[in-house]
Design a protein around this ligand. Structure first.
Ligand code: EPZ
Length: 419
């Protein structure tokens, strides 16, 4: 089994280039099936979830050529509209092929998507939204068969700003026979990036990034598009410096996407200088911050909850967190307690009481961001820690351990691939 060993207590210095965003490139790769012309996507991260997306595209019959961070897709040869359960269960974003296939072929058969275990993660909002567009669903156990001879225009209301449901609706709406207004849409930057890609393909999408997005009918053609930088990769490096100490410059990123997060690190005692496409963070003596409540963008992002928690484990004072997006997103807490962390859980509330020091421990990654939090916390612990089940992190971080070593961390990978 693959195990990462981490020797704590070594500060990080230098600079790192942020990769393309996992949660933007995945919907964009799904969107490439909605046109028969070639799409070139640049700045793609080298992560397992992208590999899975390419596996699905090839299974559907698309031509795929991946060379470094540049991926070319041509869906002219699309010959399937059913994605087998074994592919669907590899990641959450497999569900986004639903909206893209409905746009391309008017039908899709999918099975429950996979992804980090953070709660039930149903797709009822995806289904109700697509039904409002005129799609029908025949459910036979886990097999979900959608048909949409035509996709109608009109208003689609989302009772909760689900990121994935907004993306599926955007994708399907590109083939509607009249304009579609998504009311209650998610506002995450990744939504704007998907709309940016679709508009580069000739779509006419307005209002992305706000809670009302309108999609006007348009024929889609190919495009050449660069994916936005990964704000959660950047957030993870903020945590690493806050935990380990030192000073880092993050390049090729957009601080404006991460304001709710950088504000907390500054409030905790880090000094941060932001530029258009870079950010410098210097660690400081950390203290507790005002209550952190996660929520849909532009609130504090749930994906940065675990890594901020790691950064506050040795802060002076107590910080209260409330996780409002997922009902089971504290699975990293028992693992962090192995380091000596003092964290009390009560339902959605976590109370982090700063301790003077943390000691090395053997931890098991529970999910993508929880595993990242264990890694950053271990950087600030005395002695050696180990982290197993790191395939969780390989799904979403491009060469994170190599970058951390280059910045001064002492990490070693042992064992072989288990996934
Ligand atoms: C996306 O997941 C991200 N994943 C998640 O990042 C992120 O945490 C989440 O958005 C929230 O920002 C990708 O983009 C691949 P949601 P998604 O639909 O689309 C409930 C990471 O670490 N819900 O906004 O699945 C759901 O259970 C990952 O990179 C329904 O009830 O998130 C959750 O409680 C983790 N019914 C809440 O809404 C639905 O039909 C938010 O889910 C859909 C969602």
């Amino acid at each position: 089994m693959k195990v990462l060993s981490v020797l704590g207590g070594r500060p990080l210095y230098g600079q790192v280039q942020i990769h393309g965003a996992k949660n933007a490139v995945l919907p964009i790769l799904a969107a490439t099936v909605a046109t028969k012309e070639t799409c070139v996507i640049r700045g793609c991260p080298d992560i397992r979830d992208v590999d899975t997306a390419l596996e699905i595209l090839r299974y559907l019959g698309c031509g795929v050529d991946a060379d470094g961070g540049v991926i070319a897709v041509n869906a002219a040869g699309l010959r399937r509209t059913e994605i087998p359960a074994g592919l669907m269960e590899k990641m959450r974003s497999s569900v986004l092929f639903l909206g893209a296939l409905l746009a391309a072929e008017g039908e899709a058969v999918i099975y429950p998507p996979g992804g980090c275990v953070l709660g039930a993660r149903p797709i009822d909002l995806h289904i109700s939204g697509l039904r409002q567009l005129g799609a029908s669903l025949l459910a036979q156990g886990d097999r979900l068969q959608f048909q949409a001879a035509k996709l109608a225009g009109g208003d689609v209301v989302l009772p909760y700003p689900s990121v994935g449901a907004t993306e599926n609706l955007l994708l399907a709406a590109t083939a509607a026979d009249d304009s579609v207004r998504i009311v209650g849409a998610a506002r995450e930057p990744e939504i704007s990036d998907l709309a940016g890609f679709l508009n580069a393909c000739g779509a006419d999408i307005r209002g992305a990034g706000t809670s009302v997005v309108t999609v006007y009918p348009a024929a889609l053609h190919g495009a050449d598009y660069r994916v936005m930088p990964d704000r959660m990769e950047a957030a993870t490096y903020l945590s690493a410096v806050a935990c380990a100490g030192g000073e880092l410059t993050l390049r090729q990123m957009r601080p404006c996407h991460l304001q709710a997060v950088t504000e907390r690190y500054e409030a905790a005692g880090c000094s941060i200088r932001s530029y258009d496409d870079a950010l410098c963070i210097r660690a400081g003596g950390l203290h507790a911050v005002a209550p952190v409540i996660t929520g849909p963008y532009p609130a504090f992002p749930t994906d940065a909850q675990a890594t901020l928690m790691a950064a506050l484990l040795k802060a002076d004072g107590t910080t209260v967190m409330e996780e409002t997006v997922f009902e089971n997103r504290y699975r990293h807490v028992p693992q962090l307690r192995k380091l000596g962390a003092d964290i009390e859980l009560a339902g959605k509330i976590a109370r982090i009481r700063g301790v003077r020091s943390l000691h090395g421990a053997a931890m098991e990654a529970t999910d993508l961001r929880g595993g990242a939090a264990m890694l950053t916390a271990a950087l600030g612990a005395e002695g050696e820690s180990t982290l197993s089940h790191i395939y969780h992190m390989e799904r979403g971080y491009d060469h994170m351990t190599q970058n951390l070593c280059r910045l001064g961390a002492k990490l070693e990978l042992h064992g072989t691939d288990e996934r």
